[in-house]
Design a protein around this ligand. Structure first.
Ligand code: CA
Length: 662
């Protein structure tokens, strides 16, 4: 046995040495970021350019159809400059399909549509040659998303295409499709608005669509039986997902239909943020990255196996030039071709800081209103040094990038992974200081003691523009389910009250507020925390709830209106927050009282007093005497005011916010 272990050790050492040599070779590869990568059609013909520095030979296969056919032609590619292979044919091959194959270590690898396929057929196996200009809807040239001075002016609504439209009560015809959000005037059985009209009524500024690039898990060849998936399994990064189109076999349909959705939202004054998942691919050796440049695009363990900071089997290597350029050029493509207004980076800390800074800077050049945010963490350990990772804790080194605040999330509602745990809004003491960290957008404030923070122990944001505040998203129990799990024996009315308090804290805090779809009508996901492939019966929004929970919806709508009407909630720099926000000294637990002073950020109000009571008992507070307008009281909120108060000794009802302004 000893002898065998020794042999295994020696071969492991040999593998490690061999892999180290391979990694060193990757760093010497010439890189190529020309915009003619893979396909360019011009007056002279159709041109193919594949980046594959280690290939011994490369071919292009040409097809008449998107699947189930033999190639009508095969082109041998010739070595080009900077690691590329090239082939051209005269004539514009519009309507045809193509794949690449490379000879690597003496073996012809499987066909791949490449990494830059901008149009694909069914299930994304073959790339398509189409005239992109022909996919533009009418008026596309003049199409613009909403102009935004600062990300903190945004109100972000996270949604999945099927969630919004699949339920029979949606009244939407093109259910589960990009086109669902182009349907105007749709109503629930009780006559409440649904779909895009609902978004307009709610008043959000941006929708954040869950992955909408071509992903792997849903069989596009069998749409009637197609299953639900969030789409965090990337296949083709630069083409839309086929199952959201009305005809996945028609490469132009998914493109034109996604553009029509974006145009409809833009026409409604709503921007579109795309969820991008460049941190891993659905497949390892079979991915388009692996089939064009084996090994190069991924990080590995010392023995050459895939490292896995994504928890999904692999992680990409943005610290390599061609991968970094790929990410930057891919988001630029979506911004230019699809008029995307923002990008949400999944597991952003798998990427390096330098790449994220390039992403933000390049996008601002295209459109200064574009913003970028992401998850400032990984799902596992990575070979990339923590110093270089786009971590939440490193966000001060990423101007123009924001991170999700897990601080405010867990402090307000309880820990995300412990269903029974409660937070500030559900009566658990000990979260007050972390809620304050959320209120000041994780920036340095003289009255906030970061050493008492539950998650982060220092003011990691240099600006409120670097913070996304939220209490629920597609991940983990949505707020409605979290409240049900952590408040056993409670009534729906009690839980709605807690939800109102939780979101009032989020929407009045400095930073950018973010909301998971359907929470505003108090929908739930039947207690399923990871519903990424749960059926529509779990995930789809039941629009009947809008009538049933109309008062809850009105509260959320007023909360959004309040934020949009008052720049004091949307300060743009840390020094302003430190100067204008003053916390009151409070003795009892689960009570926070503070003022936003000095007509902050040009607000018409000289002072806004906010008092949050997360306990089950009324709190007695003392407010300076004056002519106050009551904005929120005892579970009610109106942006234009509920009445007046002259201050003095006041009571804050259990589980509610008292907001006064003068
Ligand atoms: Ca797909």
């Amino acid at each position: 046995m000893k002898h065998r272990i020794l042999t295994a050790c020696i071969s492991a050492l040999a593998a490690t040495a061999a892999w180290a040599a391979q990694e060193a070779r990757f760093d010497t590869f010439p890189t190529y970021d020309g915009d003619d990568l893979e396909l360019k059609v011009d007056a002279a013909g159709t041109h193919f350019t594949l980046w594959s520095p280690e290939a011994q030979a490369a071919r292009v296969y040409l097809y008449n159809t998107d699947r189930n056919s033999a190639p009508f032609d095969t082109l041998d590619m010739a070595r080009g400059d900077r690691g590329t292979w090239r082939a051209s044919v005269p004539g514009q091959l519009y309507g045809k399909f193509y794949t690449f194959s490379i000879l690597h270590d003496g073996i012809w690898l499987d066909e791949t549509p490449g990494v830059w396929a901008k149009a694909v057929g069914t299930n994304g196996k073959r790339a398509a040659i189409i005239d992109l200009a022909a996919t533009n809807p009418e008026g596309w040239g003049a199409d613009r998303g909403p102009a935004l001075d600062n990300i903190t002016d945004a109100v972000i609504y996270e949604m999945h295409h099927r969630d919004m439209s699949m339920h029979p009560s949606s009244g939407i015809v093109r259910k589960g499709k990009f086109l669902a959000l182009t349907e105007q005037g749709t109503k629930s059985p009780q006559g409440e608005t649904t779909g895009i009209d609902h978004l307009k009524e709610l008043g959000v500024t941006h929708v954040h669509i869950l992955p909408s690039y071509d992903y792997n898990s849903v069989d596009e060849a069998n749409l009637p039986a197609n299953t639900y998936n969030w789409g965090y399994d990337p296949q083709n990064y630069n083409a839309p997902e086929g199952s959201y189109s009305t005809d996945p076999a028609d490469p132009a349909a998914r493109i034109s239909e996604m553009k029509r959705m974006i145009k409809a939202l833009h026409d409604a004054g709503i921007g579109v943020v795309m969820d991008v998942v460049y941190n891993h691919t659905a497949e390892n050796d079979g991915s388009n990255f692996s089939l064009t440049a084996p090994g190069y695009y991924y990080r590995h363990n010392p023995d050459g196996s895939y490292s896995d900071a994504s928890g999904c089997g692999n992680e990409t290597a943005s610290d390599r030039k061609q991968m970094s350029d790929f990410i930057v050029n891919s988001v630029k493509y979506w911004a230019k071709e699809y008029h995307i207004d923002g990008f949400r980076f999944d597991l952003m800390a798998i990427h390096d800081i330098e790449t994220m800074n390039r992403v933000a800077a390049e996008l601002k050049k295209i459109n200064p209103s574009i913003f970028v945010y992401g998850e400032g963490w990984t799902a596992g350990s990575s070979p990339l040094d923590a110093e270089r990772r786009a971590l939440k804790e490193n966000v001060a080194r990423m101007e123009g990038v924001a991170v999700f605040s897990d601080d405010i999330r867990d402090a307000v509602k309880g820990h995300y992974s412990n269903a029974a745990d409660r937070g500030f809004a559900t009566g658990k003491p000990g979260n007050e200081e972390t809620v304050k960290i959320g209120i000041v957008g994780s920036t340095a404030h003289p009255q906030v003691d970061y050493s008492k923070g539950n998650n982060s122990r220092f003011a990691y944001a240099s600006s409120p523009a670097q913070i996304i505040n939220y209490v629920s998203c597609h991940d983990d129990l949505m707020l409605t389910d979290k409240l049900a799990a952590s408040m056993p024996g409670s009534t729906p009315e009690q839980r709605k009250r807690a939800a109102r308090l939780a979101q009032t804290i989020v929407f009045t805090s400095q930073g950018t507020p973010f909301l998971w779809s359907g929470e505003e009508i108090f929908r739930d996901k039947k207690g399923v925390h990871n519903s990424y492939k749960s059926p529509d019966s779990i995930n789809a929004i039941d629009w009947n709830l809008k009538h049933e929970n109309r008062a809850q919806f009105d509260y959320y709508r007023e909360l959004i209106a309040l934020r949009k009407a008052h720049p004091a909630f949307r300060m743009t720099d840390a020094a302003e927050i430190a100067r204008n926000i003053v916390f009151d000294k409070v003795e009892q637990p689960n009570l926070i009282s503070y003022s936003i002073l000095n007509h902050a950020n040009g607000d018409e109000w000289s002072e806004i007093k906010l008092i949050f009571n997360g306990s089950d008992e009324a709190a007695a507070v003392k407010v300076p005497r004056g002519n106050w307008t009551v904005i929120a009281r005892d579970g009610e909120l109106k942006a234009a005011g509920l009445g007046t108060s002259c201050g003095g000794n006041l009571e804050v009802a259990p589980v509610s916010a008292l907001i006064l302004a003068r």
